[in-house]
Design a protein around this ligand. Structure first.
Ligand SMILES: Cc1cc2nc3c(=O)[nH]c(=O)nc-3n(C[C@H](O)[C@H](O)[C@H](O)COP(=O)(O)OP(=O)(O)OC[C@H]3O[C@@H](n4cnc5c(N)ncnc54)[C@H](O)[C@@H]3O)c2cc1C
Length: 633
């Protein structure tokens, strides 16, 4: 009902996005008691899922501390066709800034991250695939724990979702699925389905790729295939289904769940440490918007779910991390854990786009005010039309689909093998254990490359403009076809650390983009492949000339320069509190417990030890489900 009312508002006011979030959600705990069984820091993709599952037991009390508001009922959040709009609200996006990136021509780039209940799932693009079976199996091998393998994890992927199979119309438009990889039961939570509007050029692209059609992009074998991605979408009414929609709104009245929004967790409070005892959390300190400091206390565990930048920040503010870094930041070291904030990984994003003669693209809504109004009406009246969908067709390119020349590929792989030790050492900040861990990661990834059975890159088709010229007024007022080229398996490893004791200061973030030479070589091949796809039959029928990279960017050197000047974050940050053995530089064990601390677990994308070939959200839900399932840990 509330959503319908908002829909009306949208119909009347859609236009430039409002400058700021207008909802007066605030720190208003219903029954804020001083002590809870669990305190969850960060009510994002993972945090709100964990809180929801834990409070299914009415004897368990949970408090959630979330820095952002509940933005679930904003049209820019729940209308699929407005995907991308909400991240432009500074109130909903941390918009983390990196330090100058040497291999990005010295640019400071921005990393988007959701600052709201639901975290990334509020502002993300709703693409909902899973990664490669053998990558999850790799987590199990690395941690010597068979409970972290595809077969063991599949039930938790399934448990997180309520899947709506594609209907005949969606199947005609290339949506496909395999029943054994999905579930739709009363215990499932996030609605997953396919859009009800397709731009015909997406289908043209699928045949232009010459990749195998995917049977299901969530079946553990996406590599080398092309298909329509499932979306985090409620197919009954064509609205986004975020972590809030799936895990919070239906359960928000539970008396044992207190969710505080617009409050910033500042540190974990420890039992005064004494010799020969393991460090133990007793509470969490947080700040409300008026600047007041508060505390909540914990009987069992603190769950750290503040994301791959927010979670290491909290540990460091609490005195857990590399003592030298903490000292420089003005924080007393309580527990030396030198790899906190290291092994930081992000997928890297680039594009190729062309003008198109296709009748409609997403640009049409901006170019034609009458069409825009008509499409708004369609969405409002029966949830159809361009606003009802955020369609994305994905292909996951194998090395042989990027490098046409075997000799060139083999040479690149030989160079990478030769330099494994060098780069593992370079990225491990002097930590011998982490050098071992990164070496392991490289050898694992290289095997996938050498067997031509792992996807270092995703190419996804967008029926509209996607590229580095973000401002509409700065590009030709025309329709576009775009291919996003996402580097999924970077070999570069960066770091994120605090530099001051002030919890409102941004950490110093260095993703070290393109520092490993394989990354830039692979990405340039992918951009080249993307621009070729735009001109291949049958997509050539609607091709009307390349816009970016542009006709003058024709040699590999020129394309490399363009990538260095324009590539950016794909906002898939992970790895900074990696689940790896301690002797490999890990921060959490395979129960997700922080080494050396009795009762703090990390449950978010920070624990993903090495990059995976998928957008992260489905995997993050799976991690949350697995941790909460009885008998799983
Ligand atoms: C613009 C964008 C597009 C994306 N597109 C896709 C996509 O299409 N498909 C996909 O699968 N993935 C996508 N992703 C990635 C995906 O959404 C994230 O990787 C995932 O949601 C991260 O989950 P998380 O639990 O690790 O962190 P988050 O969901 O970011 O949760 C962390 C939470 O902690 C809160 N927090 C942080 N610090 C504090 C503090 N000190 N005190 C209190 N609270 C705090 C944050 O506000 C946030 O709510 C996208 C991400 C972005 C930003």
């Amino acid at each position: 009902m509330q959503r319908l009312a908002r829909g009306l508002l949208f119909a009347l006011t859609l236009g430039p996005a409002p400058p700021a979030f207008s909802h007066p959600f605030s720190f208003e705990s219903r029954t804020l008691s001083a002590r809870y069984d669990y305190v969850v820091i960060g009510g994002g993709n993972a945090g709100i899922a964990v809180a929801s599952r834990l409070t299914e037991d009415s004897n368990v009390t949970v408090a959630v501390i979330e820095a952002g508001p509940n933005a679930e009922d904003l049209p820019e959040v729940f209308i699929p066709g407005l995907t991308g709009a909400a991240k432009s609200f500074s109130t909903l996006n941390w918009a983390y800034k990196t330090v100058p990136q040497e291999n990005f021509g010295g640019r400071n780039t921005s990393i988007a991250a959701g600052k709201a209940l639901g975290g990334g799932t509020i502002i993300n693009s709703m693409i909902h695939p899973r990664a490669e079976k053998k990558q999850y199996d790799g987590w199990g091998i690395l941690n010597d724990d068979p409970r972290w393998t595809w077969d063991a994890l599949l039930p938790y992927f399934k448990k997180s979702e309520v899947f709506t199979p594609p209907n005949d119309f969606q199947i005609e438009n290339d949506a496909s699925y395999m029943d054994e990889f999905h579930a739709s039961s009363a215990e499932g939570r996030v609605k997953v389905g396919f859009p009800n509007y397709f731009f015909p050029q997406s289908q043209l692209w699928a045949s232009a790729t010459d990749f195998e059609p995917s049977m299901d992009l969530a079946n553990g074998h996406p590599q080398g295939t092309v298909g329509v991605s499932p979306n985090a979408l409620d197919a009954r009414n064509n609205t986004r289904c975020s972590a809030v929609c799936g895990y919070y709104t239906p359960f928000r009245d539970r008396p044992n769940l207190d969710v505080m929004t617009d409050v910033l967790a500042t540190r974990i409070i420890w039992d005064p440490p004494s010799p020969n005892t393991t460090l133990r959390a007793v509470g969490v300190e947080f700040r409300s918007k008026d600047g007041q400091t508060h505390q909540v206390f914990v009987r069992k565990e603190v769950i750290l779910s503040a994301g791959a930048i927010g979670s290491p920040k909290i540990l460091e503010l609490s005195g857990v991390g590399n003592a030298t870094i903490l000292k420089a930041a003005g924080i007393n070291s309580i527990l030396e854990l030198p790899t906190v904030g290291e092994n930081f990984i992000d997928h890297v994003h680039s594009w190729a786009n062309s003008f198109t003669t296709a009748e409609y693209t997403r640009d049409s809504l901006k170019l034609d005010a009458d069409l825009d109004k008509q499409q708004q009406r369609l969405w409002y009246h029966n949830r159809t039309g361009m606003y009802s969908a955020a369609p994305r067709s994905l292909s996951l390119a194998l090395p042989s689909q990027l490098f046409e020349d075997d000799d060139e590929l083999n040479e690149v792989l030989e160079d990478t093998r030769r330099d494994v030790e060098y780069y593992a050492e370079l990225f491990s900040n002097g930590n011998k254990n982490l050098t071992r861990g990164i070496k392991w990661q490289y050898n694992f990834a290289l095997k996938g490359w050498e067997e031509d059975n792992s996807a270092p890159v995703e190419l996804n088709f967008e029926p509209g403009y996607a590229g580095p010229t973000k401002n509409f007024a700065d590009r030709p007022a025309r329709k576009f076809s775009s291919i996003n080229a996402v580097l999924l398996n970077p070999f570069s490893r960066g770091r994120t650390h605090i530099s001051s004791p002030n919890p409102t200061d941004m950490p110093v973030i260095d993703p070290a983009y393109y520092t490993h030479p394989l990354d830039v070589i692979t990405h340039v091949k992918a951009i080249q492949r993307a621009r070729e796809m735009l001109r291949m039959p049958p997509l050539d029928g609607i091709y009307d000339g390349e816009f970016e990279p542009g006709a003058d960017v024709d040699s590999e050197e020129a394309l490399t320069e363009w990538a260095v000047d324009t590539s950016g974050s794909d906002n898939h940050i992970m790895g900074s509190l990696a689940m790896m053995p301690e002797e490999f530089g890990g921060v959490v064990d395979s129960e997700l417990r922080v080494y050396g601390i009795e009762n703090v677990r990390v449950v978010d994308a920070s624990i993903i030890p090495f990059p995976i070939s998928a957008h992260l959200s489905a995997t993050v839900y799976m991690i949350a489900e697995r941790v909460c399932s009885p008998g799983a840990t």
